[in-house]
Design a protein around this ligand. Sequence first.
Ligand code: NAP
Length: 320
Amino acid sequence: MSFPNWVVHASALGTVALGSLLLRDYLSGKVYKGEEMLLGKTAIVTGANSGIGKETAKDFARRGAKVILACRDLEKCAEAQELISQETHNQKVFCKKLDLASFKSIKEFTDDIKKEEKFLDILVNNAGVMHCPYQKTEDGFEYQLGVNYLGPALLTMSLLDLLIKSAPSRIINVSSSVSQAGHINFSDLNSENGYHLTLAYNQSKLALLMFTKELDKQLKGTQVTVNALHPGICDTDIGRNVKVNKVMSALSYPFRSIFVRQPYRGAQTSIFLAVSPEVEKVSGKYFSDCKEKTVSSEQYLDDEACKRLWLQTLKMIKLI
Ligand SMILES: NC(=O)c1ccc[n+]([C@@H]2O[C@H](COP(=O)([O-])OP(=O)(O)OC[C@H]3O[C@@H](n4cnc5c(N)ncnc54)[C@H](OP(=O)(O)O)[C@@H]3O)[C@@H](O)[C@H]2O)c1
């Protein structure tokens, strides 16, 4: 029996479409299915007005947590707050100004939190910038190093007493798989002698990973855990500094729609690390797709290098 041509073509198209959908779902990574509630818990998510941070905050709100959206732009933050509150029916979602490119702003933020909050159960260091042109933070540090690493390091260290008092509590650092290709340029951490936007981004994400490893050692016996993660390649605003040719962008759309995740999927590993009982006692590790992954970076594996970065960091953020 033979079928008309249009039936053969339609069935081939249907098979390709279904295959693409299944492939996209598979490549989007695991969805965390745990139904743990966070009633009575307080969480801070930095960069919660967009992308992965917004989805992470929304999930915590859905689980009943008090969620503090820590953002540099309060207008964008208020929009996210309204949307999250509406969608989750949780009125305990709050905006607070935090600019990670300013130690003064970080101090004001943490002083307020320590005054206003009795407990802090979850801190997600999610905010980040990528591949921005050379510029400096308010305190004179190269911008990607400052926002992606030094800011979160100062924020975390300033909130440590509260996290310890609230233990068991969890710190989650959103790094990236590019950290594996990163190199810590100890002689010129601040890129004074030459700036390469990709190297600076990779360095900042590796630094966050090495900080996670060293902080875990400092936290032994406290029941505060700290882990880092790669969220997957996600369709967010993180690429805003990358110039894309409009034609290439249109042509590559079908490919990107299969291989690039939606922010909701990108948030899953942050959520897993924040709520899953499976990782209650796991600390100092690196995750992707809700699974622990090994780190191959030589500097990360070198305890001396991690200690050296830790000490240099404490000096840069003026804690020693
Ligand atoms: N998307 C990916 O493929 C991917 C892959 C690996 C890792 N990551 C990491 O995932 C994290 C979330 O990024 P995303 O993809 O969701 O991108 P995004 O949508 O651009 O979100 C980044 C967030 O960080 C905030 N931010 C930037 N500079 C800040 C500062 N100085 N102070 C406070 N907040 C600041 C942004 O605020 P504004 O809206 O005001 O700029 C925004 O809310 C980042 O750390 C990123 O490096 C993303």
